[in-house]
Write a protein of this length. Structure first.
Length: 195
């Protein structure tokens, strides 16, 4: 089945190729999709955090991340086609974005981290980085300036790395004002690419 129901969520059970096709279609059709990933740690947070749970339910695509989710899928009768997490998806997403001409904006991490990660990601996958900003602005009061920076950059894809659940809640709260088509929560991904 293409849907894996788990704890009130409808997780998308796709291969990586299918997931990338979905992203590409969203970009071509000028639709907007919020993309989230859930691992066992996220599920743990979700059961005691109603706001996070409700936010995850608004995701257009929510992908199961990690061996724990694969085991749950097998036990509950929906064997997972592939483990889809942000780290594994990034190379495929960026190669598609490079080939199709979709610029990427990196938001999150400590000052300087997203910029450095952007340089490395651009060098490695050939994708255009539209811009970057750190994740330590005042999320309650200063988001509008950041949204303006993202929108004026011309980015088609926005990667938000505040960790869960901050990134999902920020995306859901601001998505209507954001012009990128693909909005994705990617956790500590930029730290990984900033070295
Ligand atoms: N972070 C941020 N703004 C915040 C809090 C955290 O940009 O207000 C960043 C932090 O610098 C780190 C990432 O969010 O890069 C969280 O990474 P973590 O590995 O904890 O997230 P997970 O992958 O576990 O969701």
């Amino acid at each position: 089945s293409a849907i894996f129901p788990l704890l009130g969520l409808n997780l998308n059970n796709l291969t990586m190729d299918e997931a990338i096709s979905v992203m590409q279609r969203t970009l071509e059709e000028k639709k907007q999709s919020a993309i989230y990933f859930v691992n066992p740690d996220c599920l743990n947070k979700m059961v005691s955090d109603r706001k996070y749970f409700n936010t995850l339910k608004t995701g257009d695509y929510v992908f199961p991340d990690g061996i724990g989710l694969s085991i749950a899928g097998k036990m509950l009768g929906t064997p997972l086609r592939e483990n889809i997490n942000g780290t594994d998806m990034l190379p495929y997403l960026c190669r598609m974005a490079a080939a199709e001409g979709y610029p990427v904006f990196l938001l999150g991490g400590k000052p300087g981290i997203a910029e450095k990660a952007g340089q490395n990601i651009s060098k490695t996958y050939g994708v255009t980085i539209a811009g970057s900003a750190d994740g330590y602005f005042d999320h309650q009061h200063d988001s509008d300036a950041v949204i303006e920076q993202i929108n004026s950059s011309g980015a088609a894809i926005l990667l938000v790395a505040f960790g869960a659940p901050l990134q999902e809640i920020w995306i859901a709260r601001h998505r209507q004002k954001l012009s990128p088509r693909v909005l994705m929560g990617v956790g500590g991904l930029f730290d990984f690419y900033s070295g």
